[in-house]
Design a protein around this ligand. Structure first.
Ligand code: NAP
Length: 359
């Protein structure tokens, strides 16, 4: 929704604030960029939010502008906060600086902000306009906006399959369907995720580690998450040794945390995702297998697919990426292909699905 109603055209400044913000990775916070103009319209301050815990972009831009901000304009990609978090409220910094006009890209859906920043500024007599390039702002951090709106992490389903659509051959073998280049890209997806989820079948078949293994990578490792069913599994599995969070339909003894979220003898996947969302998991990567993928798709809980199509033909009925929940084409899920590109000898396809609330 665009509620932009400004008189001056600040589009180029907003675009420049977006471009600057893209340089930072303040995850799990959103990327935010700010520009301060003096009363004559000259740029006197710029700021981006570099890292969680570091000053917000408004504060950085105002600090750079100093006294020149008085009577000026702030252009900011996301609604300024009005609450004490790790940093003081940006609305107070804006008022203290004597800024008279604030132009905002997107409203912040975080319940601690959600219009409160705008209200505080307007109450204090600041002219506020909203919605300039809001779609471009949201594209910078789709997982953040999704998490704050739904309470669940943004869910990306990743699968590596043969060109004829099999994630494992008839005998169950699946390593390796894709090239080293595609597998490295999969590790980059893990590096962007807060947690990586798999079903019990995949854990028992492959004993995956679910770690980021890229040359020279020293960043954080995603939390392993397992959806368990009826079968017992041993503590010697790698994900248990890495203290995976295991969701199960009933209590079980394991050397790691077990969270019971039951729905008719199955794990309630929506409740599991909400539990992860409550724990601050904003971006979740699901690496199969097919039964877990079915459950998530059936509940319309998949937001994005990244499929690697390996340059191989399994030429036999093996394991497809979904176990099969729909019978007719009428049930097929509409997707939007966002990106298709070669990766080594393989192909990477990225698509988004219509969110549950909108479906
Ligand atoms: N190429 C790839 O990208 C890729 C990725 C992943 C897996 N795979 C392959 O896929 C095969 C495994 O297939 P799979 O379908 O068995 O894997 P899966 O989806 O990982 O595991 C299925 C099992 O997980 C448990 N489960 C899933 N959702 C549940 C829910 N909502 N509630 C309770 N339990 C739930 C159940 O365990 P119980 O049976 O114990 O009840 C179920 O049988 C392996 O061969 C693996 O190599 C390939």
């Amino acid at each position: 929704m665009t509620i932009w109603s400004g008189v001056h055209d600040y589009t180029e400044h907003m675009r420049s604030a977006i471009e600057a913000a893209l340089d930072a990775n303040p995850h799990p916070n959103p990327r935010v960029g700010s520009i301060v103009l003096d009363p004559s319209g000259s740029v006197v301050g710029r700021g981006i939010h570099r890292e969680a815990g570091e000053p917000h972009s408004e504060q950085a831009a105002i600090a750079e502008a100093g006294d020149a901000a008085r009577g000026g304009t702030l252009i900011v990609t996301l609604e300024p906060c009005n609450h004490h978090g790790r940093t003081p409220p940006c609305t107070e910094a804006i008022l203290d600086a004597g800024i008279e006009t604030v132009v905002i890209g997107a409203m912040d859906p975080d319940t601690r902000v959600a219009g409160g920043g705008v209200e505080r500024l307007r109450e204090a007599g600041v002219e506020v306009t909203l919605g300039l390039l809001s779609d471009e702002v949201e594209v910078m951090d789709p997982a953040y906006f999704h998490h704050r709106r739904t309470g669940r992490p943004r869910v990306t389903l990743k699968a590596a399959m043969t060109l004829d659509g099999q994630v494992a051959a008839r005998d169950g073998t699946s390593q390796w369907i894709t090239s080293i280049e595609a597998r490295e890209d999969g590790h980059r997806l893990r590096a962007e995720a807060d947690a990586v989820m798999v079903g019990a079948g995949t854990v028992l078949a492959d004993d995956p580690e679910l770690t980021v293994r890229l040359p020279g990578y020293h960043g954080r490792q995603p939390i392993p998450v397992v959806i368990a069913g009826k079968r017992p599994f041993p503590n010697e599995l790698r994900v248990i040794e890495r203290n995976a969070v295991v969701f199960a339909p009933s209590e079980r003894q394991l050397d790691t945390e077990v969270v019971v979220v039951e729905s008719g003898a199955r794990v309630d996947l929506d409740a599991a995702l909400r539990t992860l969302g409550d724990r601050g998991i904003v971006d979740l990567l699901v690496e199969g297998g097919p039964i877990l993928a079915d459950g998530l798709l059936e509940a319309r809980l998949i937001d994005r697919c990244v499929f690697y199509l390996g340059a191989k033909l399994a030429a036999g009925v093996g394991t497809p990426p979904f176990n099969g929940i729909f019978r007719t084409l009428e049930d097929a899920i509409e997707i939007q292909i966002q990106d298709v590109r070669p990766i080594g000898p393989d192909v990477r396809v990225e698509a988004t699905l219509v969110a549950k609330e909108a479906a």
